[in-house]
Design a binder for this molecule. Sequence first.
Ligand code: HSE
Length: 437
Amino acid sequence: MKRVNIGICGLGTVGSGTFNVIRRNLDQINARAQCDIVISHIGARRDNPNCDTGDVKVSRDIFAVPADPEVHIVVELIGGTTVAKELVEAALRQGKHVVTANKALIAEFGNELFSLAAEHDVTLSYEAAVAGGIPIISALREGLSANKIEWLAGIINGTGNFILTEMRDKKREFDDVLAEAQALGYAEADPTFDVEGIDAAHKLVILASLAFGMPLQYDKVFCEGISRIKPVDVEYANQLGYRIKHLGVARHIEGKGIELRVHPTLIPESRLIANVDGVMNAVLVKGNAVGPTLFYGAGAGAEPTASAVVSDIVRVARNLAGKASSLAMVPSLGFSERALQDETILPITEAETAYYLRVSVEDKPGALSRIAQILSDAGISIEALIQKEPHEDEETVPLIMLTNRVVEKRINAAIESIEALDTVDGDVVRIRVESLK
Ligand code: HSE
């Protein structure tokens, strides 16, 4: 069988996972790739105790890997968008195929990197960039290629989902759970990427481009993280029959454009996706032929992510060994570059969802009716309501409401009026609600 040499750059969580999965499953990986895959070069600034690299050549200068004439496929697993970008560019320019798990790199620079790959007649693959081990990229690119995608919604950050799950189930503190997610290797090097939604935004942009056939538009995504979610809201959501999940949503609105948004979301607890817990991810995709589909699996961690990296290596190695022309390979975003079309990304003020509102009101007659009046005047109806008894030492009581679906700019105006009432204390807490039907 033909030999295909791969060079792995980065031996951290995903790099070591990739090395170990290839070593452990090599026979069946080779049988699937129909060639001999050999890890011939590793570029890593330091060794990883989880990896016995044996007699594999190891360079401390990662750029030695793309420069190595023996290496056919460069696997970029260092992360970030500075050195990683230079490395990927160097590899593509030297006519090497590249496999990466780097969502930030693809979301922010994918358009130019895909063009560079095409220019050099090589491929840039990124299955591991979204939802860890779930093969959602190939599902969108190939498995669902018959469909016009109507919308997709996903829990696409494992760290965030782990935090929300532990807060709900074990009443743990946010910071404590985040520290555990870091220790388990789930979190980004800078964990604000996880908790402020940046990581999920990177992934959503990639999914949306694959779903709707448009260039990557990271600068247009609306992004709100989970750092301001309070245990009390998790608890009220439970009482109302909902779970709070950090969701990425991309929806095609006929005649208008695409909603592209990442934010905490209340989902009815009866929905399958509401029960996706811990580090698990799930992506719901609604196609106009297949209907709704749900993809589920580990969203982070060494070997689940390695599973996706290796699937790219297998596909590229098979194509290389079989001398497939680049035309026979599936285009980077599933559509030919010429067919990609810019779509209008709608501002968040045009998005339509239902809302969870928590208002602190003074315990006085008429306080509730003034709020209800403001909502009613705005054409917003209250679908559910919880009002708690005041504690002896407190002058305000929480009022929790679920509204019907409403365009965001309308609820913004109503919230402004509610906050201006003298019977209302502080800001209104609002969380978007999706039924995902
Ligand atoms: N920090 C990411 C997450 C890793 O928690 O989902 C996988 O992309």
